[in-house]
Design a protein around this ligand. Structure first.
Ligand code: MG
Length: 378
């Protein structure tokens, strides 16, 4: 499929922070994707919590499988819209690299610990991983990714942090948070694919864990509509035990959301008619759901928030996870030599401790906590 005029074209990339000669056989975004896949932070995603802690079961999503699902959904939509699939894949695979262990609980705890030292924000941390913390190249820190991939990784950014980024890199990835423009369409697409992916897989994991039931899910219009469609097509599923009904409903829901994004986005693109990737950046978010689908998705999100993310069993895990992160933070702050030597040698100690903890997998954090405090929390 040919690239549309509004797609990001790797031959017109705004380039890398440290100029490098082009690769002989790969585009700039393919090269970014390859660098991400080979990074240490990427391998750690397999042992990081999405919602359920890694050791609670082998079949729950982890940050890695979540990122692969985002890449799959993103690429499939990108191909239909004539957007750059390689860029979408690179952004999707990197979008969660900055996540702490233990999902949002870990992030909230680390943000509290860092309150007096500039805070902790996982999107900014993902950028920090690819710009600085990965150490694989002789000539520079980080992976030296192209502007468009870095722009997509920085999905959100506070004004304070954007001002700081702007000072280091004028007109760079922080600018759009100050001047109110959008990122590339590929980046916008990854944000929406992220939402579609976690809404669907959290239903699956929620039911798998026993914390959500199919009956409860009938409250959610988006899900129950496709559950009934699946039952109409396969009446035998009503009596069957097992998970086929759930999967049949989820796959219909996923397809419908993908078709909805494609149709609503085409309409927006037709109306605004951007003639280049940069023109699209100036036109407000163009990758979108239709209004009814947006509302249905908000309703599903609200349901998952109350029914799953705030479920007493999840909350109990959340409290323990916060405790692990807070204990580790004070332990390393008092005794930096307990961290690996690269981090122990850093001048800004709170930030080094934060980087060290953010990089941990769930199980490494649990082990370190036991080693340093003698307590076993999980
Ligand atoms: Mg995500």
């Amino acid at each position: 499929m040919a690239l549309a005029v509004y797609a990001s074209d790797p031959s017109r990339s705004r380039g890398r922070r440290f100029p490098e000669p082009p690769a002989p056989t790969r585009s700039e975004y393919q090269r970014d994707r390859d660098r991400i896949v080979h990074s240490t932070a990427f391998r750690r995603l397999v042992y990081k919590t999405q919602v359920f802690i890694n050791h609670e079961g082998d079949l729950f999503r982890t940050r890695l499988t979540h990122s692969l699902e985002v890449a799959q959904l993103g690429r499939s939509i990108a191909r239909t819209l004539g957007l750059n699939e390689d860029l979408v894949e690179a952004i999707a695979l990197a979008h969660d690299l900055g996540h702490t262990p233990f999902g949002h609980a870990g992030q909230d705890a680390l943000h509290d610990c860092m309150a007096a030292h500039g805070g902790f924000e996982h999107n900014l941390q993902s950028l920090r991983v690819v710009d600085r913390l990965e150490q694989r190249y002789a000539d520079f820190d980080g992976l030296n990714l192209s502007f468009e991939t870095r722009e997509g990784i920085l999905k959100r950014c506070s004004k304070t942090n954007a001002i700081e980024l702007e000072a280091i890199e004028p007109g760079g990835v922080g600018s759009r948070f100050l001047n109110g423009t959008q990122p590339s369409l590929e980046a916008q697409l990854c944000n929406l694919a992220d939402e579609i992916a976690y809404n669907a897989h959290d239903i699956d994991d929620g039911v798998r864990s026993g914390l959500l039931s199919l009956d409860q899910l009938d409250e959610v219009a988006l899900f129950s509509q496709f559950k009934h469609a699946a039952l109409a097509a396969h009446p035998g599923l009503a009596k069957q035990k097992g998970r086929r009904l759930l999967f049949e409903a989820i796959r219909r829901m996923l397809s419908q959301q993908v078709y909805d994004v494609i149709a609503a986005t085409r309409e927006a693109l037709d109306r605004c008619d951007p003639r280049s990737a940069d023109e699209a950046r100036g036109q407000g978010p163009l990758i979108r759901f239709s209004e009814p689908m947006r509302q249905a998705s908000v309703e599903l999100k609200r349901f998952l928030f109350g029914g799953l993310y705030r479920h007493p069993q999840v909350m109990q895990m959340t409290d323990q996870a916060k405790r692990v992160v807070k204990d580790l933070f004070s332990a390393y702050l008092a005794a930096p030599q307990e961290m690996s030597s690269d981090f122990a040698a850093e001048e800004n100690r709170p930030r080094a401790v934060s980087d060290y903890i953010a990089g941990m997998t769930d199980r490494f954090a649990i082990r370190e906590h036991e080693r340093l405090t003698g307590q076993r929390l999980f």
